[in-house]
Write a protein that binds this ligand. Sequence first.
Ligand SMILES: [Ca+2]
Length: 177
Amino acid sequence: MSPKPPANIRNRFRTVLWLAFVQLPFLVAGCLPTGGGGGSSVTAVIQNVEVECPVDSAPACNSSGKTIRVGLSADQEVNCESFIQSLNGTPFALGFDASGSTTSSFDGLAVRATVSAWVGDLGQSVGTLERRQYRVCAHLDSDGDSLLDVGEPVGVGYLTPGGAAVDLTDWFAHFFL
Ligand SMILES: [Ca+2]
C-alpha cells in the first residue's frame, strides 16, 4: 500500500548495500596471499649430518655401538643441553622439527657416524623441511637409557636444508645444570 518502505528499513538496506559493495572487496583482498614477506613455504632436502666427536672434547666419545640422537630445532636460541635434559621421559622426536639417530663408530681419536634418515615430531618419516636455519642438538647416549646423564656428550651446530652435509664437530660432556 505505502509507496515507500519505512525509513529504518531503507537505512538497513543501504547498510547492507554498503557492506556488500564497498567493504566486500577489501575483506576479500585481506584474505588473499599478498606475495613476498611473511613465512616462506619453500622446502629443501635435509642433508646428512656427519657426527665427529673427538674423545678430547668429551671423554665418553670413546666407543662404538652407542646410540647417537640428533635433533633439528627451528628455535635457534635453544640451549641444547638443558632442552635435551628436559625431554627426559618423552620421545626425543617430539621435541624437534626433525630428528634422526645413528650408531657410534670409534676410531681411536673420535666417534664418527652419519645421520641420513629423519623423522618428524610424531615419528613420521620426513625428507624435507622449510628452508631456514635450524639448531642442531645431538646426544651420545652412553648407557642407552634415552636420558641425558652427567658425562654423556652433547653436540651442537646449525643446519640449513638444501646445503652440503653438516659436520657436527662441536661436542662437550654434559655436566650438572
Ligand atoms: Ca643416558
